[in-house]
Design a protein around this ligand. Structure first.
Ligand SMILES: Nc1ncnc2c1ncn2[C@@H]1O[C@H](COP(=O)(O)OP(=O)(O)OP(=O)(O)O)[C@@H](O)[C@H]1O
Ligand SMILES: [Mg+2]
Length: 251
């Protein structure tokens, strides 16, 4: 296990506030836990520390996108140049977190060959943090992400950024997770205590290892939740994941 991120039980906090928690409230328990996790990733890697890292999960809604943002913010404190990429081409959320109104230019457009990298790369309100939103939801996410254009892009970006953090959809049933695992230095599996099926984790581990991916460890999020003020979003989002992606293109 890589770390334990506490449930942030604050009625006032919205998704955006929580995604930037490390910056907004650097002394919060969540920020402390992110710091500890980053150390443990650096220290536990016997080889060179991973610089391109993807976050995924077995089930949806565990906090991958929230933690991806906080990871980036913690890396900025060491003056690193960081790139965050939304590879969730099914139900992307990071453009909302970064208040990007126009998600028509993004990774999917670059991968489809309609836009250049310069046209999809955005600056953010944080110095040294760059962001590529998902772009419009394509009919064929896995194919686009499996392309050599994606592989070359990650390799080139790795030369221009100190760290690349990749937010993904959940693993369950989506081929792109395996494809991407093989393009990055390390994979972090985010889960919730008591809500992550053991067989799912085992299956995930085998599948990722089989394609040559390196699992850095499991990160438990929302630890201690369930008390007063617990906000439950689960079932709604969960449903979404299984009902779209294979049908006609969404908005
Ligand atoms: N540590 C935490 N404490 C409290 N709420 C959290 C925490 N981490 C994430 N959340 C909340 O849980 C919800 C889901 O988070 P997020 O969107 O980051 O999950 P996800 O794994 O990216 O979801 P999806 O599978 O849909 O992409 C959001 O409302 C987020 O604010
Ligand atoms: Mg997400």
């Amino acid at each position: 296990m890589l770390g334990l991120i506490p449930f942030s039980d604050n009625d006032q906090s919205d998704d955006r506030e929580l995604a930037f928690k490390f910056y907004n409230d650097p002394k919060s328990p969540l920020a402390e836990a992110i710091r500890t996790t980053m150390f443990s990733i650096e220290l536990s890697s016997s080889e060179t520390p991973p610089r391109t890292i993807m976050l995924t999960s077995v089930l949806p809604n565990v906090g991958k996108s929230t933690l991806s943002c906080n990871f980036c913010l913690s890396l900025l404190t060491s003056k690193a140049k960081v790139l965050l990429i939304d590879t969730d081409l099914r139900k992307p959320t990071l453009h909302e977190i970064f208040a990007i109104k126009d998600n028509t230019r993004g990774l999917s457009s670059f991968l489809a060959g309609t836009l250049t990298l310069q046209e999809v790369l955005r600056k953010t309100q944080f110095e040294n943090l760059f962001f590529i939103p998902s772009g419009p939801i394509p009919p064929n996410p896995a194919e686009l992400l499996a392309s050599s254009r994606m592989r070359n892009f990650i390799a080139t970006a790795a030369k221009n950024f100190d760290y690349i953090i990749i937010d993904t959809p959940p693993f369950h049933g989506f081929a792109e997770i395996l494809i991407l695992s093989n393009m990055v230095d390390g994979v972090i599996l985010v889960g919730e205590l008591n809500n992550t099926p053991r067989e799912g984790v085992e299956y995930f581990r085998k599948a990722v290892t089989n394609v040559g991916g390196r699992i850095l460890g499991v990160l438990v999020n929302k630890a201690g939740k369930g008390g007063k003020g617990y906000r439950y979003y689960g079932s709604y989002k969960y449903q979404n994941y299984y009902t779209y992606g294979y049908g006609p293109q969404e908005k």
